[in-house]
Design a protein around this ligand. Structure first.
Ligand SMILES: Cc1cc2nc3c(=O)[nH]c(=O)nc-3n(C[C@H](O)[C@H](O)[C@H](O)COP(=O)(O)OP(=O)(O)OC[C@H]3O[C@@H](n4cnc5c(N)ncnc54)[C@H](O)[C@@H]3O)c2cc1C
Length: 469
């Protein structure tokens, strides 16, 4: 096994067996069925082999693992949904805590709070809260892990109304580096509560999140409309104009990419370049229909599935486009606005896409998050109004260089439109200190201070690591 300082050790069998006997959940090694599934993450570029994977079944398992790892100086990783593009959930030789058996969600409609265990995927939280016509601020793909997303910020279709996911957390249960269970909320351990809302898993292992809920759905208006990429200039201009006037109930996302083989797009268009708008209106459906009417009547779409639908369906509309196991490489920037020159540059570089799966995406996020104080949480970036993601995706390792080069070149041309900030949850493996600075900016010194208090020996280091002072 690998120790925290990188050396290798063999654990005596009796030490290992005693620890194993204290756990409710299974421990997997490479000889066990389930190890492969558990060690692999969403991004097929990441191929790491933990020495052991503990599939925790409850908070006590997490505490036992932390104490065992501390006592034996082991390198520890935490896997939520395994969606982090940099593969932060797994490391060679480490003890990985796989949280995916901890998926309970309890919704309290009277307090408008959902308590979700740390292994939940976003769609699982949505499904339980929608039983009550409520929703928390989750992301755009329902298979993403709630834990990693929340701890790094979290944006989705409800962000314009209520801010980052992290702005909508009322409290967390946390296992600390010394193996204690503590509460982090505004009245208890408020420094820890502040730091966890953007600073990632640097300060402890969260076992449960209390999400603030809002009235949403169950029926709403949402979906997608697609046109040939030759219409991109006009569609992006419409996107820009509509987004600037859109009520907060409406969130617009634009994409340029080769058409996916989706059943709502004609077969003859599959693989050909298209421009697409996604719209999600979470207010009254009749108002939603009026708000999206200009999109539906624009030009001659090749496909249109923008209609009344259940909110949970909207939340999983894009899932099939992002399967686990493909190779992925992203570059992203926050933007203060969408300007004509940005759109022109995007269109130019979209024409260089050589993979059927790559895309350029503009997420609208302007609204509630801009109104909170810069120090409200370390997610910061309160001047961000759009998020640009240059998302390369492909299948064969031998094509890595070509698609990564596309993303990097496109990014170097589009960077000039940025606020200077970037999203920590979208950073790839090769993005280091400079990009951490761009993501967390002025919050870094205060985060280092909190780290010193809660994890002075930097035990939690398999993350976007913040070193103690
Ligand atoms: C297809 C796709 C779609 C996405 N869509 C969105 C989106 O719409 N909005 C958005 O904001 N982001 C989105 N993201 C980015 C997403 O927020 C990050 O990838 C995030 O890290 C995923 O969380 P996870 O639990 O799946 O990650 P993991 O890879 O499991 O973990 C990521 C990091 O969090 C730490 N961690 C996980 N669980 C815990 C815990 N319980 N306690 C402490 N630390 C923990 C891990 O150690 C690791 O450092 C998307 C990513 C993908 C791949």
């Amino acid at each position: 096994m690998r120790t925290i300082d990188g050396s290798e050790i063999d654990l005596p069998q009796d030490v290992f067996s005693a620890w194993r006997g204290r756990l409710r959940g299974p421990v997997l090694t490479s000889a066990d069925a389930g190890y492969e599934d558990s060690r692999t993450v969403w991004n097929g570029m990441i191929d790491r082999h933990p020495a052991m994977i503990a599939r925790c079944l409850g908070t006590n398992d997490v505490i036992e693992c932390v104490r065992f790892a501390r006592a034996n100086n082991l390198l520890l990783c935490i896997k939520g949904g395994g969606h982090n593009i940099a593969g932060l959930a797994v490391a060679d030789g480490a003890l990985t805590l796989d949280m995916s058996l901890m998926r309970g969600v309890w919704c309290d409609p009277s307090r408008r709070i959902a308590r979700a265990q740390a292994g939940c995927l976003l769609g699982e939280v949505d499904r339980e809260t929608q039983v009550h016509g409520l929703a928390g601020v989750m992301g755009f793909i329902s298979l993403t892990g709630a834990a990693g997303l929340t701890l790094g910020g979290g944006i989705g279709y409800l962000t314009r109304r209520w801010g980052w996911t992290a702005d909508n957390v009322a409290g967390m249960d946390v296992v600390t580096a010394d193996g204690r269970l503590v509460r982090a909320c505004p009245d208890e351990n408020s420094d820890l509560f502040w730091a966890l809302r953007g600073g990632g898993g640097n300060f402890g292992i969260v076992t449960g999140f209390d999400y603030v809920l809002h009235d949403v759905g169950p029926e709403m208006v949402g979906g997608a409309v697609a046109w040939p990429a030759s219409d991109a200039r006009g569609v992006l201009e419409m996107y820009r104009t509509l987004a600037e006037q859109a009520p907060r109930e409406l969130t617009l996302v634009s994409l340029i990419r080769p058409a996916p083989a989706a059943p709502w797009l004609p077969t003859e268009w599959h693989g050909k370049p298209i421009v697409m708008l996604l719209a999600c209106h979470t207010g009254r459906p009749d108002e939603g229909e009026k708000a999206v009417a200009p999109i539906k009547s624009w030009g001659k779409p090749i496909g249109d599935v923008l209609a009344r639908r259940p909110y949970v369906q909207m939340q999983s509309l894009l899932d099939a486009t992002q399967p686990k196991g493909r190779r992925y490489y992203w570059k992203s920037e926050y933007l203060p606005r969408v300007e004509a020159a940005l759109c022109d540059t995007m269109i130019e570089h979209a024409s260089r896409i050589r993979s059927p799966y790559s895309s350029m995406i503009l997420f609208q996020m302007e609204g509630a998050l801009n109104e909170l104080d810069a120090n409200h949480s370390p997610v910061g970036n309160r001047d961000a109004r759009y998020l640009l993601n240059i998302a390369a995706a492909w299948e064969r390792p031998e094509d890595d260089a070509e698609h990564m080069e596309w993303a990097r070149t496109t990014w170097s041309e589009l960077r000039r439109f940025s606020t200077g900030g970037t999203y920590i949850n979208f950073l790839t493996e090769d993005e280091g200190a400079e990009r951490m600075q761009a993501a967390l900016g002025g919050a870094l010194p205060r985060l280092a201070h909190v780290k010193t208090r809660w994890d002075p020996e930097n035990f939690f280091r398999s993350n976007r690591n913040i070193r103690p002072e």
